[in-house]
Ligand binder design. Structure first.
Ligand SMILES: Cc1cc2nc3c(=O)[nH]c(=O)nc-3n(C[C@H](O)[C@H](O)[C@H](O)COP(=O)(O)OP(=O)(O)OC[C@H]3O[C@@H](n4cnc5c(N)ncnc54)[C@H](O)[C@@H]3O)c2cc1C
Length: 342
């Protein structure tokens, strides 16, 4: 049995950002992760807004230095001539996103959390939430119990704590399944920009993520099919690994903070990959939750207010991104039937 200030379930970007930010504030942190690293996860194309966050977390140097593969934005082939959606820019030039091997992102962030004093338990699985008088007080893992003043659920799309506490989840789209895969090869077309191609059932997103590796993701709005027709130039390229699928139904847990807990990253809310900044949101929510936890520990009388502000911040961000994605899908040649009427 252990006692810490914060126990974090999941060592993806959201969990590690929380761990690093809490450890920096002098909190005693336990981070538990059920899988050994390196482990596979999609999400290697990162929004430029991530760079300042990685700097704050002390991991920018190894991740977005000279060697990083940059890209300017994406070409959208919705209807009419293709349209370039850049990330924007300032007096120093165009902002650029970058591709990072997810295994490198995950291991670098986990090492930084450990270096700052977070106790890492891996592989270690959260089995059951521990509560007392309607307050979360810790977690039972397959390696014993950990008691904490605050539990952070960073378990990703599984939403471990929502399941444990029976928190209501609002689904904001039809059920959506994204399928995705990798091809070995190089293509000048996708080298510096991603392409988002519309078809009658949805879209396919293609980009060059490494020197000799292309990634594609396909989403169908209504059919949840796993079939994909890639552009002719790519059809002959060897497939790397297996075809994978992920549930990317839009969803949010409104009660994302409560007595003794906060939800961060995909565990709190999620849109499909066309919103294109899942990792950015994971880092931001982890860092925001770390501040909220610190405030609750230092001024317990304010915790209800802090929890409410965190929920509001998450809900506002989600609504903003969802409105943006709905507007984008309304311009699709065949918009999803489940979009609300304006
Ligand atoms: C096809 C696809 C493409 C995507 N492309 C992009 C992209 O290009 N750019 C981008 O920014 N985002 C992308 N995303 C979204 C991105 O992958 C996620 O938003 C991001 O990984 C969320 O991070 P997280 O830390 O919340 O969760 P995760 O990265 O999923 O981490 C959760 C961790 O919790 C652990 N865990 C779960 N349950 C337990 C338990 N019971 N006990 C202990 N540990 C547990 C898991 O093993 C995992 O390591 C994509 C998503 C999909 C499906």
């Amino acid at each position: 049995m252990k006692n810490v200030d914060v126990v974090i379930i999941g060592a993806g970007p959201a969990g590690c950002a929380t761990a690093i930010s809490c450890a920096r504030r002098g909190l005693r942190v336990a981070l538990i992760e059920r899988q050994a690293f390196p482990r596979f996860r999609p999400g290697e194309s990162l929004h430029p807004g991530i760079e300042p966050l990685l700097r704050q977390l002390g991991v920018a140097e190894p991740l977005c230095g000279q060697a990083a593969r940059r890209f300017d934005g994406q070409w959208v082939h919705w209807h009419g001539p293709p349209r370039f959606n850049g990330f924007g820019g300032d007096e120093r030039g165009a902002w650029q996103g970058f591709h990072i091997e997810r295994a490198l992102l995950d291991t670098t962030m986990l090492s930084q959390a450990a270096a700052l004093g977070a106790e890492v338990h891996q592989p270690c699985r959260a089995l059951r939430v521990l509560t007392q008088a309607n307050r979360v007080i810790g977690v039972e893992t397959d390696n014993g119990c950990i008691y904490a003043t605050c539990l952070i659920d960073a378990s990703g799309a599984r939403g471990w704590l929502s399941g444990q506490l029976g928190l209501p989840i609002h689904h904001c789209s039809a059920p959506l399944l994204a399928c995705y895969g990798y091809l070995q090869g190089r293509s000048a077309t996708y080298a510096t920009t991603a392409h988002l191609l519309a078809d009658p059932d949805g879209w396919t997103w293609i980009t060059q993520v490494e020197d000799c590796l292309l990634h594609w993701t396909r989403l169908t709005f209504e059919k949840n099919t796993r079939s994909v027709t890639l552009p002719k130039a790519l059809q002959a390229l060897p497939v790397v690994g297996t075809l994978r699928g992920a549930d990317v139904t839009w969803r949010i847990t409104p009660a994302a903070a409560g007595a003794g807990y906060f939800l961060v990253g995909d565990a709190a809310n999620r849109l499909d990959p066309a919103s294109s900044h899942g990792v950015l949101k994971a880092l931001m929510s982890g860092m925001q939750a770390a501040q909220a936890v610190t405030d609750c520990l230092r001024q317990p009388a304010l915790q209800l207010l802090v929890q409410r502000q965190y929920r509001q911040w998450l809900n506002d961000g989600f609504s903003h991104d969802m409105t943006h994605l709905r507007d984008f899908y309304r311009q699709h040649p065949r918009p999803p039937s489940w979009l609300p009427v304006e």
